[in-house]
Design a protein around this ligand. Structure first.
Ligand code: LIP
Length: 259
């Protein structure tokens, strides 16, 4: 369904900003996933990107909950930039137990189950274990924000990291695939302010199960609803990034009325 839509002309609508897009395919994929899962598990709860946009609250309880981004990288999808992913995480007692990120155009299935390791198309994944920030390629995103404070904070963060110096900065356009690249060792760290829980719920487990470190951008414990994350090859690299980057104000995903 995603690949069919990828190659077709699209009816694009705007959400929170001129760069925050949605298509019928996003909504159709989310509806298909939720209805299919609900047939087997009618008592389970769901947090889906487009359901939240339609007004459903973001409430993560101890109940079994599926956290779904039907198309992560919707701007890429609209432009046929070949990195779009379906991200599905399953949480119990507010802890992600397994997650998958399917990079559709690449046909890459990233997966992890708590305590069982992380895999790409069934092959085990390991982070780079790089500890020296100066030897790192760092992945981040310029998200949908277009206000001066967010943009100046994001560009200042990139400038400060490059001046450390580091080897480079990359952006793929989908938080889920960005983080899976850390799990593969192809990049050494990812940080982002402004993404949502559904973008990264699955990939945070994939990074952890590949031996990586996940924390808040201020160095504190990761909080899936905070919209701030660092995922890295090692604690040394994660802390080096936390010392440099600043966050801009973001309403939590679970803040009442945040959708
Ligand atoms: C996207 C994220 C990406 C970010 C975009 C957008 P979506 O998610 O994966 O990292 O830069 O602003 O939030 O909206 O395509 O599911």
């Amino acid at each position: 369904m995603v690949l069919e839509g990828f190659h077709q002309e699209k009816d694009v609508k705007l959400k929170s900003s001129p760069a925050d897009l949605v298509t019928e395919t996003d909504q159709n994929v989310e509806n298909l996933l939720i209805s299919s899962i609900r047939e087997t598990y009618p008592e389970h709860r769901f947090i889906g990107e487009e359901s939240v946009v339609a007004g459903e609250p973001v409430v993560l309880t101890d109940s079994p909950t599926w956290i779904i981004d039907p198309i992560d990288g919707t701007v890429n999808f609209v432009h046929r930039f070949p990195f779009v992913a379906i991200s599905i995480a399953f949480a119990v007692n507010k802890q992600v137990e397994f997650g998958i990120v399917y990079s559709c155009v690449e046909d890459k299935m990233f997966s992890a189950e708590r305590g069982q390791g992380a895999f790409l198309n069934g092959v085990p994944l390991h982070v780079s274990h790089q500890k020296d920030i100066h030897q790192c390629v760092v992945v981040t995103e310029i998200g949908a924000e277009r206000d001066d404070l967010s943009l100046s904070t994001m560009t200042s963060n990139i400038y400060k990291l490059l001046k450390l110096p580091i080897h480079g900065v990359r952006a793929v356009g989908t938080a889920a695939v960005d983080m899976c690249l850390i799990a593969t060792g192809a990049a050494d760290a990812y940080y982002h302010i402004g993404m949502h829980c559904w973008d990264i719920a699955a990939s945070t487990l994939i990074v952890s199960e590949a031996g990586g470190v996940v924390m808040d951008t201020d160095g504190s414990q990761f909080d899936m609803m905070s919209r701030k994350v660092i995922a890295a090859s090692s604690a040394d690299v994660a802390n080096s990034i936390a010392k440099v980057v600043c966050a801009f104000p973001c309403r939590r995903d679970d803040e009442v009325g945040s959708s």
